[in-house]
Design a protein around this ligand. Structure first.
Ligand SMILES: Cc1cc2nc3c(=O)[nH]c(=O)nc-3n(C[C@H](O)[C@H](O)[C@H](O)COP(=O)(O)OP(=O)(O)OC[C@H]3O[C@@H](n4cnc5c(N)ncnc54)[C@H](O)[C@@H]3O)c2cc1C
Length: 374
């Protein structure tokens, strides 16, 4: 065991790695104790959007949180790219979400308006009809009713982003321990002991960022962190000529020229396989929006599990029983990376109660909490 770290982060996905960068940059001695490829790892299977549209329509603090993340992204990207030399393809040049009929368009319009109200006008968007949409993207089908559009949205290559975060955290002096699945954690005399099958680690603080394993690990530290898997299937096509000016929810063009098509939401438990019916449905929707894609070949498909909370909103929780123990679970871990490496790292380091972060405590799921949202 030997070294007593300031902070141990359990899990080296996008959330744990971003937080490790932020905490190590503040001069703390950090260890990231990570699992292996047999774990479910949303950070390696996601769609790569930095997305604000619609986020927090039913939870005002989340709308403000996401808008803040998008605003911090350009500076965050610049620093991470310059300090690692890795271009992870960040483009924040807007995003479209298409509406196939008027019902979808009206519902989207209401959702966008709520997000704008929650962010006190900071979130800006447009609702476009088919004529305006076709003027901007001529390949869109005449059958598409319209779309929402926002300048705040963008996308990245999430795998390069993860690589950059890992490189950065290690440059900042953070120790990274892969293939060390944590079996148990326990408090001991004001510190925490973390046990894997082959080692033990000790720290004054512990932050659980273990994705879908957070619920089990948190339980040992007296925290209730309810998370469940929601599968998403994604497709990749062969390279095609550029036609999309920016990202969109069902289709984005990668920096290599392939198209990434998503994005199902399936409640199927811990099953990350692919299914022909969903692949067919996703491809058909993409072709319905962009008929010229009908001859394009798919080259790959995969499934991955989202780390979903009961209300879809992130959890940033500090243990009431054991000061120094934290848990973070979220389903928009790409979008929120800029905050995890910034204000969330401040929150963990300074032990100060940030008014906005406090809204994301898991106490909202406590049935004895009278302020529980419905
Ligand atoms: C299909 C899909 C599409 C998505 N699209 C987007 C998107 O477009 N934009 C966006 O913002 N977000 C998106 N997301 C969500 C985003 O990917 C996740 O929010 C984010 O990756 C969560 O990161 P994480 O680090 O919490 O979890 P994970 O990536 O699951 O990482 C957890 C880490 O903890 C490790 N671990 C697990 N158990 C243990 C243990 N016991 N001991 C030690 N280590 C352990 C694992 O090995 C892993 O490295 C998508 C997710 C999916 C599945």
């Amino acid at each position: 065991m030997g070294t007593v770290y300031d902070t141990i982060i359990v899990g080296g996905g996008l959330v744990g790695a971003a937080l490790a960068c932020g905490i190590a940059a503040r001069g703390r001695l950090v260890a990231v104790v990570d699992g292996d490829d047999r774990d479910f790892r949303a950070s390696r299977g996601n769609f790569g959007l930095v997305w604000v549209q619609g986020k927090g329509a039913g939870f005002p603090a989340y709308a403000r949180w996401t808008a803040m993340a998008a605003k911090y992204w350009p500076d965050f990207e610049c620093e991470l790219r310059e300090t690692t030399g890795i271009d992870f393809g960040f483009r924040q040049n807007g995003g479209y979400d298409f509406c196939l009929d008027q019902v979808e368009w009206v519902a989207r319009s209401e959702e966008m308006s709520l997000v704008q109200q929650h962010t006190r006008g900071e979130f800006e968007y447009e609702m476009l009809d088919n004529t305006e949409l076709k003027r901007r993207i001529p390949q869109v089908s005449g059958d598409v009713f319209g779309a929402s559009y926002s300048d705040h949205d963008g996308h990245v290559n999430p795998l390069y982003l993860l690589r950059a975060l890992h490189q950065r955290m290690q440059k900042l002096g953070c120790r990274y321990y892969p293939n060390q699945r944590v079996i148990s954690t326990r408090p001991k005399n004001g510190s925490f002991i973390v046990k894997t099958s082959s080692d033990r680690y000790q720290a004054k603080q512990i932050v659980l960022c273990a994705g879908l394993d957070n619920q089990r690990l948190a339980h040992e530290l007296g925290m209730h962190i309810p998370v469940h898997p929601i599968r998403g299937q994604l497709l990749i096509t062969e390279r095609v000529e550029s036609f999309l000016p920016c990202a969109s929810l069902p289709v984005r063009q990668t920096m290599e020229g392939t198209l990434q098509i998503g994005n199902s939401h399936e409640n199927v438990g811990f099953d990350d396989s692919t299914t022909l019916d969903v692949i067919t449905r996703l491809a058909a929707r993409a072709v319905r929006i962009f008929p010229h894609l009908s001859g394009v070949r798919l080259v790959r498909a995969w499934g991955a599990l989202r780390v979903m909370t009961p209300d879809g909103v992130p959890i940033y929780h500090r243990s009431a029983h054991y000061p120094g123990a934290y848990a973070i679970s979220c389903h928009s871990g790409v979008t929120l990376t800029s905050l995890h490496a910034g204000v969330v790292a401040d929150w963990v380091c300074d032990d100060a109660i940030d008014a906005l972060i406090a809204e994301f405590s898991a106490e909202r799921f406590d049935v004895s909490n009278t302020s529980l949202r419905v």
